[in-house]
Design a protein around this ligand. Structure first.
Ligand code: HEC
Length: 138
């Protein structure tokens, strides 16, 4: 109980500050998330569209809404906004969460890895290097 609560606080602090001091549990979580993100980097980048759309500004963005990106009809019409909850479901099992998605990836099954990945996407997606892109996001 106690450890869960203090861990939660560390995460919240890390999100508020925007970057955490190295060596803290939250910084470790971010680093772990960055490592998991390397699996996504085959198709995605933060600032640029590749095989998949860019991830800057992802949290708070409507699914399938990057202008000019050739989404599948399934993603374009998913009809929800990306937040921790929707990302968690999608990243666990992309193909069953959005049947017909063109994201050919089986997902991140490990709960801890997914949590770290989502923390990374949240932090990195609103970081300095994303400033210009987030401003243009709808
Ligand atoms: C094999 C290439 C590939 C890999 C690997 C991949 N993706 Fe994707 N991703 C795509 C494609 C293509 C789309 C567009 C899907 C569609 O339109 O149905 C997409 C879409 C997405 C979206 C929806 C974005 C939006 O603008 O609505 C998210 C979120 C996402 N990917 C996250 C990830 C994460 C996180 C990983 C790593 C765990 C990952 N993807 C791995 C190809 C990939």
């Amino acid at each position: 109980m106690g450890t869960f609560r203090s861990k939660g606080w560390l995460l919240i602090c890390a999100m508020l500050v925007g970057s955490a001091a190295a060596g803290t549990p939250a910084a470790d979580e971010y680093a772990r998330g960055a490592q998991v993100y390397e699996r996504c980097a085959a198709c995605h980048a933060l600032e640029a569209d590749r095989t998949g759309p860019h991830h800057c500004g992802l949290i708070g963005r409507r699914a399938g809404s990057v202008p000019g990106f050739p989404y599948s009809p399934a993603m374009r019409h998913a009809g929800f906004v990306w937040n921790e909850k929707t990302l968690d479901r999608f990243l666990r099992s992309p193909l069953t969460t959005i049947p017909g998605t063109s994201m050919g990836y089986d997902g991140v099954k490990d709960n801890g890895e997914r949590r770290a990945l989502i923390l990374f996407l949240r932090e990195a997606g609103h970081s300095e290097r994303c400033r210009g892109m987030s401003a243009r996001a709808p």
